[in-house]
Design a binder for this molecule. Structure first.
Ligand SMILES: [Zn+2]
Length: 89
């Protein structure tokens, strides 16, 4: 990411637009705008369904393996889930 003094006017406008979008979302994690999700007109219109996120499944498998090993992570360690379709294993 660039330092803020290198941002163009378009970058600033996009950052403001993104923040407005993000701030308008319901904080519960449903992903819908609060103006929609909190409207009584929407009562009964949402339905839950199960989907599988295979990237999350890879993370959970890693976490399960980590739990068994009980080894500490180095400070600052991040878990990155790579899409390996186009890389050699
Ligand atoms: Zn919500």
């Amino acid at each position: 990411m660039w330092a803020h003094d290198e941002w163009t006017e378009d970058d600033r406008l996009l950052a403001v637009a993104y923040r407005l979008h993000r701030d308008g979302l319901c904080p519960c994690g449903c992903g819908y705008p609060r103006s929609q999700a909190w409207s009584e007109d929407m009562d009964g219109w949402y339905e839950a369904r199960e989907v599988t996120c295979y990237a999350r499944a890879a993370r959970e498998a890693w976490e399960h393996d980590r739990r068994d090993s009980k080894a500490e992570l180095e400070p600052g360690t991040l878990l990155v889930i790579d899409d390996t379709r186009h890389t050699s294993r």
